[in-house]
Design a protein around this ligand. Sequence first.
Ligand code: KIV
Length: 285
Amino acid sequence: MNQEKHTVRTIQEMKDRSEIITMLTAYDYPIAKQINDAGIDMILVGDSAAMVVHGHPNTLTATMDMMVLHCAAVARACTRTMVIADMPFGSFQYSVEETMRNAARFVTEAKVDGVKFEATPNHIEKTRAIVQMGIAVMGHVGLHPQAVGALGGLKVQGKSIETARKVVSEALALQEAGAFAIIFEAVPAKLSAYVTKKLRVPTISIGGGPGCSGQLLVTYDVLGMFDTFTPTFAKKFTNLNKLIKDTFLQYRQEVLDRKFPGEEHSYGMSDEVMEVIEKEFGKSK
Ligand code: KIV
């Protein structure tokens, strides 16, 4: 496995060599370290943290402070994997200047390798401005979870002529503005494959089908952390939910049964010290 830290250059080279790019989300140090050590190419510190880590019903409650903290923990673990910070709702919707300041916070405070935001045509100017600051920007087309209110739910995007046109034109505009890669979320496979062939920069699918340059999933979906809803495009590669539940039940039972802690998990001391203590403080009952 190549130990070199990924950059926009190496990610572009992977696309040019038709090598598939792998990407997962992470929000903390231990999982990020596992992802890094497994040879996954990129991590997105997604604002999905608001849902999967903080238990909110959508991503709108993620804040800059919350995201910077998660990003810093992830970045500390990544010697090889490229780390991309997801700009939360409200951090890039206002002025170009505020967007630039927020993007800079991710680089200076959290030490990530780039930022991603759910950019609509209104945000192309902001993409260009951040790239001109020297910060790598990843675009995101198709389903924008931060627009859940306006969309009336998390729905596939690009099935109608109007929404398909929006996906294609936004991807082209993002590339033109300097985005180094573009996420395709919940987009019909045929449309993602079509745009992937039109673009120079890599496309990363999360529900965008197999024709993209790379694949992304939310790590807790991959791990089977939740036994409730998982999106159509997610695959549980293991069932951590059951493993964790069984482990906690076993821990509780062993404590109740006084099987844990045993001698091997306790510290010893000399009888001599105990004798002195009992002499000074009296025997316990
Ligand atoms: O926050 C996130 O995890 C994301 C992906 C779903 C693309 O934005």
